[in-house]
Design a binder for this molecule. Structure first.
Ligand code: SF4
Length: 458
């Protein structure tokens, strides 16, 4: 089996196109700025974040009870509830439901969980026509890609590229890249798919234990269109997506859209409680590693995530290297603390794909201490083995130098002397990617310690 490239190796590929990397950086920063404006308009923003964080703490501490309450209420509402311990069991449930109901065509609204479970490929291999109806998801489905962002799945593509994809798959005019024209073409195309589909699959943003109902947020109304037209609705939900009461919902809805895109609220916030007469509704509750994460004291609060994407939009590494560099369903800072819990060896480079600047933690609407968890994962990875030997050696060497003052002074002296007499190519060469875009500051003649000793009396 082909080894997964490290984040650095995958990022190098993306960074070969410097113009795209800058454009990607600017685009995401624009979204981050819109988030800031939206947050600053709410005077109680920080207390909302604190409340959301505390509600989620409560959920994680009482997850077993709340899940049972949620299941009981959902069943009483007439929803068939299924449990899936992993991705395979989830996919098998969906397959069985489709077989029992003799459905071959289905539409899907955006669901990171079904991406995580690889549902599309699983069903397509078995001859099902699965149509993603979120515009960004449909674009990348045409382009045979996975989402590069959890809220804006096609954010890595430019208008012109989308125009070319639509020309190939939908027959739009060659070279046309007007967003209104392309969106209208997608609307006409998807309308047919909605009409033909017999089943609609959605994700779940919030499950409400108190009522057994759940909420799906979209900006395009595609979840509503799909579920209203189809005979059966299959909702797939990670077990951490619970909130205790309907009254808690307002806290999260106010935070979610503002953090994600700077909107006050998502265009469609749809509440589902029971199947309509003559129709069926299924709810699949998926674990897939979540209880393991819940059991890791240092990392359990990563399960508070409401998937707003704000930590990606602000992360200098994500913005410059794109979501594909992470090789995981959820990229960016939150993906880098969730994915090692799923497969430590495969994702061992991700916690190192961070400057630890803490901006992700600052913007997170549920106050997950993301940068601290990135740092903790680094410690676990270094201790448990899968980090690169060269990195381990360098860290051991650095630790040794820094823990011995005399050695530290000596090495500093040596570095200053050798840097001031070395030819430029010694530092700026093809082995030193760091130096490609940066200049070292001028090398001082003495260390700070030496300067301080001389000057402290003055
Ligand atoms: S970790 Fe926080 S900021 Fe990142 S996607 Fe989740 S909720 Fe949003």
């Amino acid at each position: 089996m082909k080894a997964t490239p490290t984040h650095a190796a995958a990022a190098e590929e993306f960074l070969k196109d410097e113009e795209r990397s800058h454009w990607h950086d600017d685009t995401l920063w624009h979204v981050r700025s819109k988030r800031d404006v939206a947050a600053q308009k709410i005077p109680e923003w920080e207390s909302l974040r604190t409340t959301a964080s505390q509600i989620k703490d409560n959920v994680l501490s009482n997850l077993d009870q709340l899940l049972l309450q949620f299941e009981k209420n959902a069943i009483e509402n007439g929803i068939e509830v299924l449990w899936a311990k992993d991705a395979d069991e989830h996919n098998q449930h969906v397959l069985r439901i489709l077989e029992e109901n003799q459905v071959k065509n289905l539409v899907k609204s955006k669901s990171i969980l079904t991406e995580e479970c690889g549902l599309n490929h699983f069903l397509e291999d078995k001859g099902y026509d699965v149509v993603d109806t979120d515009l960004g998801e449909r674009i990348i489905q045409f382009n045979k890609q996975v989402p590069s962002h959890i809220v804006m799945p096609a954010i890595h593509l430019k208008k012109k590229e989308i125009g070319d994809i639509f020309h190939e798959h939908l027959g739009t005019d060659a070279g046309a890249d007007d967003p209104a024209y392309l969106t209208e073409a997608a609307r006409q195309h998807l309308r047919q798919k909605f009409i033909q589909a017999k089943a609609a699959i959605t994700g779940v943003n919030f499950g409400i234990a108190e009522t057994g109902g759940f909420v799906v947020c979209t900006n395009e109304g595609n979840a509503d269109m799909g579920t209203h037209l189809a005979d059966l609705h299959i909702a797939c939900m990670g077990i951490e997506k619970l909130i205790p009461r309907a009254a808690d919902l307002g806290v999260f809805l106010r935070l979610l859209a503002r953090s994600a895109t700077g909107q006050s609220i998502t265009n469609y916030t749809s509440h589902f409680h029971r199947p309509r007469p003559g129709k069926k509704m299924y709810l699949i509750l998926v674990d897939n590693g979540r209880t393991n994460q819940l059991g890791r004291e240092d990392f359990r609060n990563s399960l508070k995530c409401i998937r707003c994407g704000a930590c990606m939009n602000t992360c200098p590494i994500y913005r410059r290297s794109s979501g594909f560099s992470y090789g995981s369903t959820v990229p960016g800072p939150i993906g880098s603390i969730l994915s090692p819990g799923m497969d430590l060896k495969k994702h061992s480079s991700l916690p190192f794909a961070s400057t630890l600047c803490g901006s992700c933690t600052d913007v997170c609407p549920v106050k997950i201490n993301i940068h601290e968890q990135l740092y903790k994962w680094r410690q676990v990875i270094t201790k448990e083995g899968p980090s690169q030997p060269s990195k381990k050696w360098a860290m051991r060497f650095g630790g040794n130098v820094m823990s011995k003052p005399k050695l530290f002074d000596m090495m500093g002296n040596l570095a200053r002397k050798s840097l001031s007499i070395s030819p430029r190519g010694f530092v700026y060469n093809s082995f030193n990617a760091w130096g490609k875009h940066r200049e070292l500051p001028e090398v001082p003649k003495e260390s700070f310690k030496e300067w301080y000793r001389k000057n402290r009396k003055q």
